[in-house]
Each structure stands twice: as structure tokens, then as C-alpha cells.
Ligand binder design. Structure first.
Ligand code: CP
Length: 330
């Protein structure tokens, strides 16, 4: 356990050692138990403030961070570019310096391709408080940690030999970033699982995240493979995580995206595919889900689905991350 995490940024799990991440998972489990037992723990971040800057919309992330701050005794303030001078061009340095001088943490969601994660590191360079990624173009570290917590709750902490499948799915609505699949391949290969990534041609992830996953698999004695067959990905899987993302490495031009996406309407999580996985397999999704496109209602609402536990665990893991980095010893 590393209890020396005060002041540390959480922009990607790649910046945290396995011991650091284990500490966060242990603290999250403890805070989850305390919450369930009605044990107040509002001394941990009493009178502390978190600024939450959203470049994009959110249901889970905003509400779990804000609620988490309330439960820890602090306060969270919701900001957008339009509600601040960022919309008029104020830069990351000025934003980070000022917010860091008022409060105790800054959380940012910025999924702009090639910009989002860099912007967060720029804020972190100048802010003298921890900076958290609430999702960017590269990583969604809080989501991946909540997912890992959910998997451990189901299968235990020893995940060696478990097959984790992240598969692309069709979805007609909006182009989702690459950050969720990227965060999953980078994290799960560090925690014992054999990871299969499946997608059609054109839906590749950022090369450096694939490299990181390969390196982690090598270091940790796990497997990492990339295939283009959704059925094969589901076969014998313990964890099925089908979700959509855009062909961002090829194009973000809406008409071209639509054309590419529409060629793969058969990439859906349905009961036939879930039957290819182990009987004990779980179905996961970070939400929001395009019901009827990414997965059928029978799968989403079926007995193997753990989507609401995943969403709930966002609260507990983020509270742990904030408590460890913004709280510290008395
Ligand atoms: N999973 C997730 O980040 O959900 P929101 O976009 O609603 O925050």
C-alpha cells in the first residue's frame, strides 16, 4: 500500500504504479462499505473544493464526482468553457494557476482528439493541486478503475487466466472517443487478465496505447491480441465489454464516419454472442449505451449484466482517488 499519494495527479493509470492503483482499490472498497453502512466520512475532505471542468456532457462522471465530494465533506463546482473565460481563450496556465490557488483539486473532461490529455497535463504543470482526468482523448482512467473494481468484486483479486474482451460495436448516434477501450487495454493487461481487442478495419486505437498494452502483457505474463472477429472475441470470455467508438485514427468527418460505421451493423452484443462466452461471464458497458444497436435489451438487462454496479463504482473509486490525493494525514 502506498499512502504517500497526497498531491499526485491522476491523468492516466500509466502514471500510477500497480501499488498505487492497488491502494486506490483498497480504499474504494472501504469507502463503499462505509457508505453502505451509513457511516459518515465527511471529515476526509472537509471544506475542500474540487473544480470540475467539462468540455463535453456527462451523466455519471459529473454526478459521481460531485456526490463524492459531498460525501467526503467538501464541495464541487461545475464549470464549462462557456461558463468561464476559457470560452474567450484563457489558457491552461492561467486557468490552472488561478483555480489551484482557490481550491484543492481540478478535474477535467476534454475529449478533443490530440488536445484533451495534453491540455490536462498543461493545467497540471501549473496548478499546485491534483488534476484528475474525467476522460480525454487517450484515457478514461476513473472508468477503467471502476471497471477493474467491478471485475474483482465478481471474480476476486486473482484474475490470472481470465479472458477480458473489449469489442467494437455499431452505434448510429455520435462518434465516441477512443479513451474507454484504450484505458481498458492498458489497465487490464497489468492486472492479470488476457485481453482480446476486436474491431473492424478502420477502427484502430492510438498506436502508443496498443504499445503500452503489449508491454504490460509482456511484463505481467498476460496476453494481448487484436482481432477482427466479434464472435471469436466472445468465445470463452469471462468479461465481455462491447462498446462503440469512432474511426478516429482514419477520419472524424461526419459523413465518412457514418459510411464506415454503417458497414458493420452486425457488430452487436446479443444473446447468441453472449452464449459463446463462459456461462459465468459478465456483460459490461461504461454507459451511455445505444440500446438496440450496441447491445440488445436482453443482454443489457439480463442476468450477466453488471452495468449498474460499474456505474456505482465510479463513485467509490473516485472518492478513494480524491481522498488519497487531496486528503492526506491530519
Ligand atoms: N461512463 C461515463 O463516463 O459516463 P458519462 O459520459 O455520463 O459521464
Amino acid at each position: 500500500m502506498n499512502t504517500q499519494l497526497f498531491g499526485k495527479d491522476f491523468i492516466t493509470t500509466e502514471d500510477w504504479s500497480r501499488t498505487d492503483l492497488e491502494t486506490a482499490l483498497e480504499v474504494a472498497a472501504d469507502l463503499k462499505r462505509r457508505f453502505a453502512m451509513g457511516e459518515l466520512h465527511d471529515h476526509i475532505l472537509r471544506a475542500k473544493t474540487l473544480y470540475m471542468l467539462f468540455f463535453e456532457e456527462s451523466t455519471r462522471t459529473r454526478n459521481s464526482f460531485e456526490t463524492g465530494m459531498t460525501q467526503l465533506g467538501g464541495h464541487a463546482i461545475w464549470l464549462t468553457p462557456a461558463a468561464t473565460q476559457i470560452g474567450h481563450g484563457e489558457n491552461a496556465k492561467d486557468t490552472g494557476m488561478v483555480l489551484g490557488s482557490y481550491g484543492h483539486g481540478i478535474a477535467v473532461r476534454d475529449c478533443r482528439t490530440g488536445i484533451g490529455q495534453k491540455y490536462q497535463y498543461e493545467i497540471a504543470k501549473y496548478a499546485n493541486v491534483p488534476v484528475f482526468s474525467m476522460q480525454d482523448d487517450v484515457d478514461h482512467p476513473c472508468q477503467a478503475m471502476a471497471d477493474l473494481m467491478t471485475i474483482r468484486e465478481r471474480f476476486g483479486n486473482d484474475l490470472r487466466g481470465r479472458k477480458f474482451t473489449i469489442a467494437w460495436t455499431y452505434a448510429p448516434k455520435y462518434v465516441r472517443p477512443l479513451s474507454v477501450p484504450q484505458s481498458l487495454i492498458m489497465l487490464m493487461t497489468r492486472f492479470g487478465m488476457d485481453v482480446t481487442l476486436a474491431h473492424p478495419k478502420g477502427f484502430e486505437l492510438m498506436p502508443h496505447t496498443l504499445e503500452a498494452a503489449r508491454a504490460h502483457a509482456e511484463e505481467n505474463g498476460t496476453k494481448f491480441e487484436v482481432i477482427d472477429d466479434m464472435d471469436a472475441a466472445f468465445e470463452n470470455a469471462d468479461i465481455c465489454y462491447p462498446k462503440s467508438w469512432g474511426p478516429i485514427m482514419v477520419t472524424e468527418e461526419p459523413d465518412e464516419v457514418q459510411k464506415m460505421v454503417d458497414e458493420h451493423k452486425d457488430w452487436i452484443a446479443n444473446e447468441r454472442r453472449m452464449a459463446l462466452a463462459k456461462k459465468t461471464a459478465i456483460y459490461m458497458h461504461c454507459m451511455p449505451i445505444d440500446r438496440g444497436y450496441e447491445a440488445t435489451d436482453a443482454v443489457i438487462d439480463g442476468p450477466q449484466s453488471v452495468i449498474y454496479q460499474e456505474a456505482e463504482n465510479r463513485l467509490h473509486i473516485q472518492k478513494a482517488l480524491m481522498a488519497l490525493t487531496m486528503g492526506g494525514r491530519i
